[in-house]
Ligand binder design. Structure first.
Ligand SMILES: [Zn+2]
Length: 285
């Protein structure tokens, strides 16, 4: 999907309500940012591999999640370096996610098996803020799906993965009469900026995103984003393509994730679904 047709919806996901609906053109006019022609190609870590710069301290057994206030989030600063004295664009779009109240309870209520983890909020030498205040290792969800490794994600993504599992199982049963037993992902935490979109930090920097590349059904059938996804300019015709389109569509339309990027979005996403919980919405299906 050409980005010019993509609508970014700025939504205050922290209870602020929908703040504005802007096209990318309007967005750039407002913020003076270059067009995000592509999200950075994803040099994703293999599951379980942490970025070298980050010391991730596992906390065993499961105490309360670390609920320290996040460091100053990356402000939506003016690219022209202006001081922004009128405060008209002080809205923070990109930064570590807001705390989720009673997160541990919500994870338990969602039927998730998890352990507490830590990715302390910090600023890199390059001035990028990374880490998040509530981080977990997602082990097992209500859909009884096996994930490669134990994804290290924010509480918000953990809760979203439980909803994802329910959708995936519903669609697998509808399309194949079988359930999904395993999902292969390509990583979650990765402290970096979007290479082609200066000033924007990937939600991977907060472990607030996950890249999914493959679904395996009970019985062995594999459905891969690279091999079976049909881009948005064509109707999917095979069962596998219909399954993938439907899952992506529901993940966005039901607001399981606020950003859903697929091979329709750009070449960097030709082999995976990028799913994140950013404060803005992007329909990249
Ligand atoms: Zn990604």
């Amino acid at each position: 999907m050409p980005l010019g047709r993509t609508t970014l919806v700025l939504a205050g996901l922290a209870g602020l309500g929908v703040a504005a609906f802007l096209s990318v053109d309007e967005l750039q006019a407002r913020e003076g940012r270059p067009e995000p022609t592509a999200v950075a190609p994803s040099p994703e870590a293999e599951p379980g591999v942490e970025a070298a710069a980050m010391v991730a301290v596992e906390v065993e057994p499961r105490p309360e999640l670390v609920a320290a206030a996040p460091a100053e989030p990356t402000p939506a600063t003016d690219e022209d370096g202006s001081d922004d004295e009128d405060g008209s664009d002080d809205e923070v779009w990109v930064g570590p996610p807001e705390l989720i109240e009673d997160c541990e309870q919500k994870l338990d209520d969602a039927g998730i098996t998890w352990t507490a983890s830590r990715l302390p909020v910090h600023e890199t030498k390059g001035g990028i803020t990374c880490g998040a205040p509530q981080v977990i290792r997602y082990q097992r969800g209500p859909g009884e799906i096996s994930w490669g490794g134990k994804p290290q994600v924010t509480c918000g993504v953990g809760l979203a993965l439980a909803r994802l599992e329910a959708i995936v199982q519903e669609e697998a049963e509808a399309h194949f009469g079988r359930r999904v037993k395993r999902i292969k992902h390509m990583g979650t935490y990765n402290c970096r900026e979007m290479a082609n979109y200066p000033g924007w930090v990937s939600e991977h920097s907060y472990a607030n995103a996950i890249d999914i590349k493959e679904f395996q059904l009970v019985g062995g059938t594999t459905i891969s984003v690279l091999d079976h996804y049909t881009k948005s300019d064509e109707e999917p015709t095979t069962k596998k393509a219909k399954f993938l389109r439907r899952v992506a569509r529901r993940l966005y339309d039901e607001r399981v994730f606020s950003v859903v990027l697929t091979p329709s979005f750009d070449r960097a996403h030709r082999n995976h679904f990028h799913l994140d919980m950013a404060r803005y919405l992007v329909d990249g299906i």
